[in-house]
Design a protein around this ligand. Structure first.
Ligand SMILES: Cc1cc2nc3c(=O)[nH]c(=O)nc-3n(C[C@H](O)[C@H](O)[C@H](O)COP(=O)(O)OP(=O)(O)OC[C@H]3O[C@@H](n4cnc5c(N)ncnc54)[C@H](O)[C@@H]3O)c2cc1C
Length: 376
């Protein structure tokens, strides 16, 4: 049986594990976090990615987890409502459409459950070194353990460890979009009822929306800066940067900043894309944000991870004959099927940047639907 090691247990990693096991491979997932990494805002699954969930038998369960957001208000710095919208939200696009908007961590939990018990998980560990030159990939973990696998797949996100080890430094592939966001859980202090509230300050924006049937809320604090560099591993520096930027911009920012310090799931990053002209070297390949992050600004990050994992697993199956796998052909076919779609999708984010030419809903839908799910 072909043994595959996947680095990263989020959307791409769990979906890939599911489909690999479904196709008769063995999947082991190593995740740096001690468990599934919590956090993130509401994300959308849309277009053909809904078909991936459907083929996994998870569509109804995902629909049950929908945020049910009814609309959004924009308020002034004292909290007075300036406008309200019940047709679209600043983060989620049109409200009344077939997309499924759910919390990122709820989706990951759902996908993870679907991989059990067939997938082996190694939580709290990471790949320290790998040797990709032979018939097997020799992997040494940070824990000190060593194992060999037929294939290794990096599903470890924007700052992928596998990409760094095998393809080279992040700086070669990252395209920074100059927008930063911090996202974290807060109590539903504004008593929002399936509602989002946003304030645009002089240099920053702040938003709060109710989550999990109003029992909690998620806050998002954002700002633009094309020159800033903050170490993505240095949480203290990130918190200090957000505090410094937000302090004078009014509304309930001081309260949100207090919650931010205590939040169990603080997440901060720059909106960026990963642009590569190949996603595999030897027996190692990339999937999801690790290989082609489109950025949250595209509205497609999660859908693309679901699609990419489905296609990669499918191409590996298609390249298998008995005990023999032509992994090289599988990786090339995965790239050929998906790369043009990624290029179109990445364009969505750059056109959505404040100040950029706005993309119409029709253009957005056409790009989202411009791929068909093959049967494997
Ligand atoms: C905590 C968090 C919050 C997010 N919030 C949002 C959001 O609010 N809006 C949005 O649009 N997108 C958000 N994203 C990104 C979004 O999840 C992805 O764009 C999309 O779902 C594609 O997922 P992915 O599985 O490719 O990557 P990711 O979801 O980024 O997952 C990567 C996984 O790899 C793990 N990992 C990282 N390094 C290593 C390592 N060295 N060894 C092993 N495992 C490692 C991470 O802990 C994580 O579980 C967030 C990601 C994370 C991790």
């Amino acid at each position: 049986m072909t043994e595959v090691l996947i680095s990263g247990a989020s959307v791409a990693g769990t979906t890939l594990a599911y489909w690999l096991c479904q196709h008769g491979f063995s999947a082991t997932v190593v995740e740096r976090h001690p468990g599934l990494r919590p956090g993130g805002q509401a994300i959308d699954v849309r277009g053909p990615a809904l078909g991936v969930l459907e083929r996994m038998g998870l569509l109804a369960a995902a629909a049950e987890l929908k945020t049910g957001i009814r609309g959004s208000s924009v308020v002034d710095r004292d909290g007075n409502e300036l406008s309200r919208d019940t047709e679209s939200t600043p983060t989620g696009g049109l409200i009344d459409n077939p997309d499924i908007e759910l919390l990122r961590d709820d989706l990951v939990e759902l996908l993870y459950e679907a991989t059990l018990p067939r997938t082996e998980y190694l939580f709290g560990d990471s790949i320290a070194e790998l040797d990709n030159r032979g018939e097997l990939v020799e992997v040494t973990f940070e824990s000190g353990a060593s194992r060999s696998f037929d294939l290794v797949i990096g599903a470890d996100g924007l700052h992928s460890n596998v990409r760094r080890l095998v393809f080279g430094p992040e700086e070669r592939f990252i395209k920074r979009l100059g927008t930063y966001a911090a996202i974290f859980t807060v109590p539903n202090v504004l008593n929002l009822d399936h509602w989002q509230m946003w304030h645009y300050g002089d240099t920053t924006m702040a938003g709060v929306y109710s989550a999990r049937n109003n029992s909690e809320a998620r806050a998002m604090l954002g700002f633009m800066d094309t020159d800033l560099r903050v170490d993505y591993r240095d949480t203290e520096a990130q918190i200090a940067e957000v505090e410094r930027r937000m302090a004078g911009d009014g509304w309930i920012r001081p309260q949100l900043l207090e919650y931010m310090r205590a939040a169990p799931d603080f997440y901060f990053d720059e909106m960026s894309q990963i642009v590569m002209d190949h996603w595999s070297i030897g027996r190692v390949a990339l999937v999801g944000d690790a290989g082609y992050c489109c950025s949250p600004l595209s509205g497609q990050g999660t859908s693309v991870a679901l699609l990419g994992a489905y296609l990669l697993a499918g191409e590996l199956k298609a390249a298998t004959q008995g005990e023999w796998i032509d992994h090289g052909s599988a990786f090339i076919n995965y790239f050929k099927r998906f790369h043009a779609y990624i290029e179109r999708t990445q364009f969505l984010a750059t056109d959505n940047i404040p100040g950029g030419a706005p993309i119409s809903q029709e253009q957005f839908d056409a790009i989202v639907h411009s791929i068909t799910l093959p049967d494997y």
